[in-house]
Ligand binder design. Structure first.
Ligand code: 13P
Ligand code: ZN
Length: 272
């Protein structure tokens, strides 16, 4: 059996959490990541018959039965993941009942998965139903995107349009736009269900006055998605109080979307 600390998926979790912390997206225990793993790959590092303990999830995730995820722990700080992955991360498998997580590795101090496990697992179910390649769900509190929530209307068409105007590549990176949920109590099945519903149409979902969820096929793509949205929000926050002299026009966005061959939300443009 190989040493799990040499597994690429553990390295990816260590590097990504460190990067997210460095960028200021994950203060204290803010943020969480879940990453769907390949069973055969995990079997190179762990005896899949050995369950350390069982943790009830409090919701039904039947479509994910048997699936294995590496996930950040609740109350754990992203800044600490790199130095102690076995305490701050865990590898869990959804048991046959669909409502229990079997711990296969990690959460060494008796901890458990993120309090946002419902939103993560429900988002995986939603994304997998529209894109079987989807493996990563990421939540964080990016500074400028959060600031934008306080000064911009929270209408998803208007919010998306403003972000698309801020960087030329935005409409290409998130042509499906940004879904927006109103402020809701976090860590609940309700916000999980609402997030998953949005995730059927969007790979980025803003939790108003809280943060953002991103989903994608791998760690780089998901990170890059949130990074691009946050960059656009930063440009917005740097310019919102200044007179606007220039902008990327809707017809320019159409040119971009067509040139790069992306399927974009035409109804989020205001073409006459
Ligand atoms: P956890 O520490 O439970 O992952 O919660 C952090 C967070 O961002 C809640 O939305
Ligand atoms: Zn949060």
């Amino acid at each position: 059996m190989k040493d799990i600390l040499t597994a690429i998926f553990v390295t990816e979790m260590r590097k990504t959490t460190a990067n997210m912390y460095r960028l200021g997206w994950d203060e204290r225990n803010g943020g969480n990541i879940s990453y769907l793993l390949d069973e055969a790959e995990v079997a190179e590092y762990l005896d899949l018959k050995k369950v350390i303990r069982e943790i009830p999830t409090g919701f039904d995730a039947k479509p994910l039965i048997g699936k294995i995820f590496i996930v950040t722990g609740t109350g754990k700080y992203f800044k600490n993941v790199d130095e102690d992955p076995e305490t701050n991360l865990g590898i869990v498998r959804i048991k046959e009942d669909g409502t229990t997580a079997e711990l296969l590795w990690g959460f060494k101090d008796g901890g458990k998965f993120t309090s946002e496990f419902p939103a993560h697992m429900m988002s995986h179910m939603a994304r997998l139903s529209v894109d079987p390649q989807n493996r990563v769900v990421m939540h964080c509190h990016p500074t400028n995107l959060l600031a934008m929530n306080y000064v911009h209307e929270l209408d998803e068409a208007k919010f998306t349009h403003t972000l698309w105007e801020m960087c030329t590549e935005c409409i290409v990176v998130f042509p499906d736009g940004v879904g927006v949920l109103p402020w809701m109590l976090c860590g609940t099945n309700e916000i999980g269900e609402a997030t998953a519903k949005k995730m059927k149409d969007f790979r980025v979902v803003v939790w108003a006055l809280h943060g953002v969820y991103g989903a994608g096929k791998d760690m780089d793509e998901t990170f890059g998605l949130i990074e691009t949205v946050e960059k656009a929000a930063e440009i917005f926050m740097l310019t919102a109080h200044l007179p606007r002299l220039n902008t990327i026009k809707d017809e320019d966005m159409v040119k971009l979307a067509e040139h790069f061959g992306v399927k974009y939300r035409k109804d989020f443009l205001r073409l006459k």
